[in-house]
Design a binder for this molecule. Structure first.
Ligand code: ZN
Length: 392
């Protein structure tokens, strides 16, 4: 069994949206007051308030405030208290690990996008003539029109996310794994800066380009507005919407690419990433850019990993050391030049630098996996594995 999340765009009436924003403000106050309670209790009496104390306290709060907290589904309110608990757990964990974490903070309403409905019932999602609808107690009706029908599995998590220009509903279901038919080919993937990734087949995945001039233009327009003005808010919303759409299309592109790779290959080898280490010693001048890119690498890698698991594919991470320096054909180690072409001084190989690295990664992946697990045999790029001793 695996968990799969369907993100659906929610349709909601104008009045409903107002209601949802009001609910968010109520839940936000609940979060902040719960945080205050914990903070005060510790600062004044050195007493710690637990999640269970607060869950119990919630009952009283609901009774005393029938028009506010009392009118909203209790599961959404518990979700807020759970979230606070998670913030504290993370804080304590980091304290224990000797890090220097910040104490959980009070949140403004603008940082309260997500409403978690804990322990949802599968029947909460109602089937309609067209699409579906949810309506937890006190919430407006949110209609859903997913592009594929929702699965029959059990609903495990339900969250409502208010984004700058729309509302999403995330539904997490528990479903059966669906392995893909067996596949004998293998692929190595080199993640790069100039290109997002190069496959050992020579195929390349271009990186996303952002419309930086437009982003800058809008940022300048925002900067010209008076702080706190309506016009500023409107422009901030517009920019946020633009960047959000960009993020979505980027993620979707990533999904298409990774699904394609998983479909076509039985073994996927990538280099082991150390994103944290890279960003500290990496190119300082391009620090931000690089960080952004490294996140995309992480996205690509994570998608490959979980999809490989679902589809019953082998996913191997290999040590990236020397993958860009060694010649994939003869194994000689060459000094990497600045040029995009890889030149081997021993066997006079000339090819794309990243392509060579991808082939090295594939080779290391096949080696790491060994012959037993790789039952489909060395039909994997035969010339590449000629000197790899596989007993098949
Ligand atoms: Zn060579």
């Amino acid at each position: 069994m695996v968990h799969t999340t369907y993100q659906c765009r929610g349709k909601i009436s104008k009045a409903g949206l107002c209601r949802l924003d009001w609910i968010r403000s109520v839940l936000n106050r609940l979060y902040n007051s719960a945080l205050e309670e914990r903070k005060d209790a510790w600062e004044k009496e050195e007493k710690s308030v637990t999640l269970y104390d607060q869950l119990r306290g919630l009952t009283h709060k609901r009774r005393n405030d029938p028009a506010g907290l009392g009118s909203i589904a209790v599961k959404a309110e518990r979700g807020m208290l759970f979230r606070l608990e998670r913030a504290f757990q993370a804080f304590f964990r980091r304290c224990k690990a000797g890090e220097n974490p910040g104490y959980p903070r009070f949140r403004p309403i603008s940082r309260m996008e997500t409403i978690d409905i804990v322990d949802p019932k599968t029947t909460m999602v109602k089937k309609r003539a067209r699409g579906y609808a949810i309506r937890p107690k006190g919430f407006p009706t949110i209609r859903l029109f997913p592009t594929r029908p929702l699965p029959d599995g059990e609903l495990k998590a339900l969250r409502i996310v208010r984004k700058p220009n729309r509302v999403y509903v995330d539904l997490t279901y528990e479903v059966e794994k669906q392995p893909f038919p067996k596949c004998a080919s293998a692929v190595g993937i080199d993640l790069g800066i100039r290109k997002r990734a190069v496959l050992s087949t020579g195929e390349r995945i271009e990186r996303n380009t952002r419309d930086w001039p437009e982003i800058r233009r809008q940022q300048r327009r925002i900067a010209r507005c008076r702080r706190g003005s309506n016009r500023r808010k409107k422009r901030v919303r517009r920019l946020a919407g633009m960047r959000y759409r960009e993020g979505v299309s980027n993620r979707n592109a990533c999904h298409r690419q990774t699904t394609g790779i998983i479909r076509k290959n039985g073994l996927i080898a990538v280099e082991k990433l150390d994103i944290k280490g890279m960003s500290t010693k990496g190119l300082k001048r391009k620090g931000l850019n690089r960080e952004m890119l490294s996140q995309q690498w992480g996205l690509l890698r994570n998608q490959l990993q979980y999809k490989a698991e679902w589809a019953g594919r082998e996913f191997v991470e290999v040590n990236p050391q020397y993958t860009s320096q060694d010649c994939h054909r003869c194994g000689a180690r060459n000094r990497p030049g600045r040029s995009e072409t890889y030149r081997c001084s021993a066997c006079d190989l000339r090819m794309d630098r990243d392509h060579n690295a991808a082939l090295n990664i594939l080779r290391a992946g096949v080696l790491a996996l060994g012959a037993e697990t790789w039952a489909s045999g060395p039909s994997v790029v035969p010339e590449l594995c000629a000197d790899v001793k596989l007993d098949i």
